[in-house]
Design a protein around this ligand. Sequence first.
Ligand SMILES: NC(=O)c1ccc[n+]([C@@H]2O[C@H](COP(=O)([O-])OP(=O)(O)OC[C@H]3O[C@@H](n4cnc5c(N)ncnc54)[C@H](O)[C@@H]3O)[C@@H](O)[C@H]2O)c1
Length: 267
Amino acid sequence: MSSGPHDTAPPRRALITGAGGGIGAAIARVLHAGGAAVIVTDVDLDAARAVADAIEGAEAVHLDVRSERSVRSAIGALTSRHGPLDVLVNNAAVCGNIEFESTPEPVWSLDLDVVLGGAIRMCQAVLPGMREAGRGAVVNVASVNGHRYFGNDAYGAAKAGLINLTRGLAVQYGPYGVRVNSVSPGTIATPVWDERLAADPHALDRAVPWYPMGRVGTVDDVAEAVAFLAGDRASWINGIDLPVDGGLLAGSRAMAVDIGAAVVDGG
Ligand SMILES: NC(=O)c1ccc[n+]([C@@H]2O[C@H](COP(=O)([O-])OP(=O)(O)OC[C@H]3O[C@@H](n4cnc5c(N)ncnc54)[C@H](O)[C@@H]3O)[C@@H](O)[C@H]2O)c1
């Protein structure tokens, strides 16, 4: 049986930031399952190694998205060895601020620096190679907090910035065959919730009624959406943000019922 062009094509090379964490690790696994060679990066190299060790052929790399030097040296070393990346997933984030007025500058500026500054540094380092190659896909992991207020002011502002950065880069790099999109997850059970769950073991359970689909999300819900946007099936999708939120951003039934605009059962 003759092999088609896809059987002989080299695997796409995908780099994920913050891939030592819950969603990033799932993205690495799902992209690998789709045939990509994955580079698992994180500021926490042990976490990146633990994820990469479980994925055949995966490479773990220390990469701190807050540091221009770290970004440039990691991307420089990788591209000189393998050529330009095919896929970049900007997934790294921290979420530190809770109460607006009392959040100290080092806490809120860290949210902005990792989420938005990190994506800017990564895109500045990676997009020129994609432009030169005439192909590539960037997927930014944003959040429902980038669309509406659900707490965490600086984090939400950074995610809103990331969604708009996505649009700007999509317009600028689309002419070179490079697509830039984002996903906006709703609540997903990952280690990011550990601290809050330690204080309140039912915090995630209480999120459930707000979700039209009656559950919070899984890491694979997000990873599948990222893989779709990163892959050729999305070849004419550029500059969008795809909510992966079970319908949270579509509206609030609780409010509709509360104000008498809907009845409790049906209607
Ligand atoms: N979990 C949720 O409910 C949820 C909801 C919406 C969006 N998201 C987004 O999904 C993405 C992944 O979140 P998660 O829940 O898997 O979080 P997580 O905390 O499990 O993973 C985040 C990873 O980012 C890494 N990281 C932090 N600072 C970094 C830096 N300076 N450089 C490189 N890596 C760094 C951490 O070490 C960690 O491994 C984030 O962008 C987050 O904002 C998560």
